[in-house]
Design a protein around this ligand. Structure first.
Ligand code: FES
Ligand code: FES
Length: 402
């Protein structure tokens, strides 16, 4: 079994899956998202079509394990989507469904046509929909409904978005769809004015398979209610992270920021974005982010899952962390898991200490200590001290044995 996390309809969903588990089964069997229908299970009928990184894809032949950290939008996630709402109305008007089995996949494909094709002919629409089979209604109503939405939107001056906003093409789950994924749940009109992520200096965390996952835990001397509330304040949390600076106003769901890391003489500055999810009922949350350093062409991706739990006493809180990361480029040489584990332990301890200080000053009604805006995470010296510690332990063990 493999642990996977997939961003489904803006929420990070995880499960232990077998290598052969499809995205459709991951959604239906594990998370009860049964709006994705399964017909042939061979990639032929299109009933299971959904969006992976903003691109229509067959979820019956896309493997969940290959879609780690991909952005999946199901028919449920298109509930508030403007194009889908117009298509739903048009499908009803044009009698484009009877049993409805093909309809979720059909809507996803029709939405893609409306999103990216300026003025397709009937033939083009039929070709574009040819991967979706309808066994009972036939295609006349479906094509008419798609044409009606296209005509209405173009008449309102809403232009197609070439390639649906995709910068590159690639296999489903590869992350190559770039900006298209978030578009799924936003009105297209808003999209047209959106700066592409590259221009905004941010990299969307779409394709991320952790090289390793580390478990960490710490306790703070403050009650769980206080700690949970603090974790909801993104700017305050960032202030406790050495070397991290927010570069815009964070929302509850997203934050853009910069992390400066010093490795020996080399200073890397990772600019990126993070997606934030919190579940009040279980007091758990997840932050998934990615960033790029232009100079070293290194890219880092990471996820932090946290649980806020009652500590040993009513006035203490235990925070459990599960940290996944991947590092590519020049700095990847520092990502050996043993070393990173030690560094992560120390980073977590530093975060816990900063958190404790900050919560104490909040409780005392004192002004918050200034965030560590100008600081940088000195990975080089931290790694060196880790290596020295390891060396000391090794010598002690050898001497103890002799
Ligand atoms: Fe996936 Fe038929 S069920 S294509
Ligand atoms: Fe029944 Fe299409 S509406 S298969």
């Amino acid at each position: 079994m493999t642990a996977v996390s997939i961003v489904v309809n803006g929420r990070i969903l995880g499960a232990e899956v077998e290598p052969r588990t499809s995205v459709a089964d991951f959604l239906r069997e594990t998370h009860n998202l049964t709006g994705t229908h399964v017909g042939c299970e061979h990639g032929v009928c299109g009933a299971c079509t959904l969006l992976i990184d903003g691109v229509p894809a067959r979820s019956c032949i896309a493997l969940a394990a290959a879609c780690e950290s991909a952005d999946v939008t199901t028919i449920e996630g298109l509930e508030g989507d403007e194009i889908t709402a117009e298509l739903r109305d048009a499908f009803k008007r044009e009698h484009a469904l009877q049993c409805g089995y093909c309809t979720p996949g059909m809507l996803v494909s029709a939405r893609d046509i409306v999103l990216r094709m300026e003025a397709p002919s009937e033939r083009h629409i039929r070709v574009a929909l040819s991967g979706n089979l309808c066994r009972c209604t036939g295609y006349v109503g479906i094509v008419r409904a798609t044409q009606a939405v296209l005509a209405a939107r173009r008449a309102r001056g809403i232009a197609a978005i070439p390639d649906g906003g995709r910068k590159r093409l690639g296999p489903a789950g590869s992350g190559h769809a770039g900006a298209a994924a978030p578009a799924a749940t936003r009105p297209a009109a808003a999209l047209e004015h959106e700066a592409p992520p590259e221009e905004a200096g941010a990299t969307a965390p779409l394709d991320f398979a952790p090289q390793a996952i580390l478990a960490q835990s710490f306790t703070v001397e403050h009650p769980p209610d206080t700690v949970w509330a603090f974790f909801g304040r993104v700017a305050d949390v960032a202030g406790c992270l050495t070397g991290v600076t927010l570069t815009g106003n964070p929302t509850d769901r997203e934050a853009a920021g910069r992390m400066r890391v010093k490795v020996g003489p080399m200073v890397a500055e990772f600019n990126g974005v993070a997606r934030i999810a919190r579940d009040e009922s279980t007091r758990t949350g997840e932050i998934v982010g990615s960033g790029k350093d232009k100079r070293s062409q290194s890219q880092t991706m990471g996820s932090v899952r946290y649980s806020v739990l009652q500590g040993p006493t009513a006035e203490t809180t235990q925070v459990d962390l599960s940290i996944g990361y991947a590092l590519t480029g020049v700095l990847a040489q520092f990502s050996r898991s043993g070393l990173v584990r030690d560094v992560a332990t120390r980073l977590t301890a530093a975060f816990a200490a900063n958190l404790e200080t900050r919560l104490a000053s909040d409780a005392a009604g004192e002004a918050a200590p200034p965030p560590q805006m100008a600081g940088e995470f000195n990975a080089g010296s931290l790694m060196m001290s880790v290596l020295v510690d390891r060396f000391r332990r090794l010598v002690a063990a050898l001497l103890g044995r002799s």
